[in-house]
Every structure is written in structure tokens, then in C-alpha cells.
Ligand binder design. Structure first.
Ligand code: IMP
Ligand code: MG
Length: 182
């Protein structure tokens, strides 16, 4: 799989160092209130498990499962909730975790849905944020890494459901994306 990457952006030690910093910041920000983490599946899985193990606070964990890509390397704009029942977040301090902020459609939709269920507060935490003009603006409170507008895989991120298990994050070779569109 390494051969399918143009280059590695963040190796395992770099990711873990950054998560140490981010977890310390989150632990400090939520030291006085009980946190409810809502992770967006499937992409945030690795990020969630490595980050949460570094937060020594009592917290609750729940999930939402959405789909927006339909297997291609660009967003369709439509966000489909694969899970019918939303987690109960009434009066809770919630922290949404997602793998990557790209067009903004996914996080804007997730945030809106959760806001409608009346939590006490909402913050958003992403592993990656692409530097680009977004279709929808999303306020983010914690960002592990900002990246250029390139298609990346690994550490939870997929291309057509592959590469999620790579322990590092890298840029996928453009020919592979082009080939899949043929
Ligand atoms: P958005 O709705 O366009 O912001 O995209 C969010 C979702 O698209 C993420 O949760 C990912 O699943 C997927 N995505 C966006 N950019 C990438 C990428 O570079 N690599 C892999 N998945 C991506
Ligand atoms: Mg995906």
C-alpha cells in the first residue's frame, strides 16, 4: 500500500506527538464539566481511539455514521445518515470528532442535526483540515493538522474503503484516483 502513496505527510510519531498536545488542551478545556464525545464514523476511528486514550477525564462516547462520498474522490454534497437514532445529547457538552474537514458538508450537517437535539455546548475537533474555500463554513475548535487541498489516505481515511489501516497519513497517487474514474 505504501507504493500507492505519492508521499507520507505525517508518520506515526508525528501524529502521536500532535495528539499529546491536543489531548492536553482538550483535557484542560473540559476539566470542570463532563464531556460527551461524538465520533463520526468510519473515518475518525483511529484518531478517536488514540486521542481519547490521552484524555484522563470522565467522558461519554457515542457515534454518528454518515456517508457523503459514494466512493469517489470528491464530495456529492448530500450527506446521508446511516444511523437512524441520534445519540441523546440533551444538556451535554459535546465534542464532535471527525477525520477531515474538506467541503464542510459533512460536519455542517452533523453539527446541525446535533444542535437540534439541544446540547449545552458543541465544539468540533478534526484530525485534518484542508486549506481551501469551503462549500459550507464550519467552526472548528481543535485541528491537529492543516493540509493543502490534496487527497490523503491512512490513519482512518480511505479511498474507496481502502487504506484506513495505514498507521500514517499520506497523499494518494493521482493516477489511482484518475484510474478509478474511468
Ligand atoms: P466534506 O463533507 O467534504 O467536508 O468531507 C468530509 C468527509 O469526506 C470526510 O469525513 C472523509 O470521509 C471524506 N474526505 C474528504 N477529503 C478526504 C481526503 O482527502 N481523503 C479521504 N477522505 C476524505
Ligand atoms: Mg471516506
Amino acid at each position: 500500500m505504501r507504493g500507492d502513496l505519492e508521499r507520507v505527510l505525517f508518520d506515526e510519531p508525528a501524529i502521536h506527538r500532535r495528539l499529546d498536545e491536543m489531548a492536553a488542551q482538550i483535557s484542560n478545556d473540559y476539566r470542570d464539566c463532563e464531556l460527551t464525545v461524538i465520533a463520526v464514523l468510519n473515518g475518525s476511528l483511529m484518531f478517536m481511539s488514540d486521542l481519547l486514550r490521552r484524555i484522563p477525564l470522565p467522558l461519554r462516547l457515542d457515534f454518528v455514521s454518515v456517508m457523503s462520498y459514494h466512493g469517489k474522490a470528491q464530495t456529492s454534497g448530500e450527506v446521508i445518515f446511516k444511523q437512524i437514532a441520534l445519540p441523546d445529547v440533551v444538556d451535554r457538552h459535546i465534542l464532535i470528532l471527525d477525520d477531515i474537514l474538506d467541503s464542510g458538508h459533512t460536519l455542517a450537517a452533523v453539527r446541525e442535526k446535533l444542535e437540534a437535539t439541544k446540547p449545552r455546548s458543541i465544539r468540533v475537533c478534526v484530525l485534518l483540515s484542508k486549506k481551501k474555500q469551503r462549500a459550507r463554513h464550519v467552526n472548528t475548535d481543535y485541528i491537529a493538522f492543516e493540509i493543502e487541498d490534496e487527497f490523503v489516505v491512512g490513519y482512518g481515511l480511505d479511498f474507496m474503503e481502502r487504506y484506513r489501516n495505514l498507521p500514517y497519513i499520506g497523499v494518494l497517487r493521482k493516477e489511482l484516483i484518475a484510474e478509478s474514474r474511468k
